[in-house]
Write a protein that binds this ligand. Structure first.
Ligand code: 5GP
Length: 183
C-alpha cells in the first residue's frame, strides 16, 4: 500500500460535498450583494488552491463576470505558511475603477490575503476590492486582516481536498478533510 492509499484511508471528512455546495450558494449571494447590481465583477482566482471553490462560486453570480488567474509563490515548508511572498503569472487586464473579487482557498496567517489586497489596491487602483476565502483559520492569524466573506471557520488543522493539497495530492477530492494525529 502506498503512502497515498494509507493517508486517504485515514482522512476524516470535515465538510462534505453537500455542505460545501449549500454554503457556496449562501456565500455567493452575500458577495454579489456587496457589489453594485449589474456591474462587471473581475474575479481573481488564486491558484492553485482556490480552483474548485472559485469555479463553483462564480456559477451562482448573475452580474457579468470576468475570470482571471494568478499564482503566488512562497518559500516555506509544506504545511506552514511563509511571509516571503511573490506574485507570479500575474498577467491581468486593466483593473482601474473595476470591481475586483479575490478568491482564496483558505486564510491562515493572513499574509497572502494582506499581500494580495495591498497589491491590488496599490498597483491596480480598482473601484472596490472584496476578499473571500472558503475557509478561515482564525487561530493562526499573523497579519491584521479578516476576509470580507468566508464559508467555514476551521481550527488549527491542516486540511486537504476541494482544491487544497498536501504535496500536490488530494486537490481533486470533492470534500474537505484532515488527517487525524495518530498516537
Ligand atoms: P496564509 O497563511 O498566507 O493565510 O495562507 C497561505 C496559503 O497556505 C493558503 O492559500 C493555502 O494554499 C495554504 N494553506 C494554509 N493552511 C492550509 C491548510 O490547512 N491546508 C492546505 N492544504 N493549505 C493551507
Amino acid at each position: 500500500m502506498t503512502d497515498y492509499d494509507t493517508n486517504i484511508k485515514n482522512l476524516k471528512v470535515l465538510f462534505s460535498e453537500n455542505e460545501i455546495k449549500n454554503k457556496l450558494k449562501e456565500l455567493a449571494e452575500k458577495i454579489e450583494k456587496s457589489f453594485p447590481q449589474n456591474e462587471d465583477i473581475y474575479v481573481i482566482c488564486v491558484l492553485k488552491g482556490s480552483v474548485m471553490f472559485c469555479a463553483d462560486l462564480v456559477k451562482h453570480f448573475s452580474n457579468p463576470v470576468q475570470m482571471e488567474f494568478i499564482r503566488i509563490s512562497s518559500y516555506g515548508n509544506e504545511t506552514k505558511s511563509s511571509n516571503n511572498l511573490q506574485a507570479i503569472d500575474l498577467t491581468l487586464p486593466n483593473l482601474e475603477d473595476k470591481n475586483v473579487l479575490i478568491v482564496e482557498d483558505i486564510i491562515d496567517t493572513g499574509l497572502t490575503a494582506r499581500f494580495l489586497t495591498d497589491l491590488f489596491k496599490i498597483k491596480h487602483h480598482p473601484k472596490k476590492v472584496v476578499f473571500t476565502a472558503l475557509l478561515n483559520k482564525k487561530c493562526a492569524r499573523q497579519a491584521e486582516i479578516e476576509p470580507d466573506f468566508y464559508g467555514f471557520e476551521v481550527d488549527d488543522k491542516f486540511v486537504v481536498g476541494y482544491g487544497l493539497d498536501y504535496k500536490g495530492y488530494y486537490r481533486n477530492l470533492p470534500y474537505i478533510g484532515y488527517f487525524p494525529i495518530q498516537s
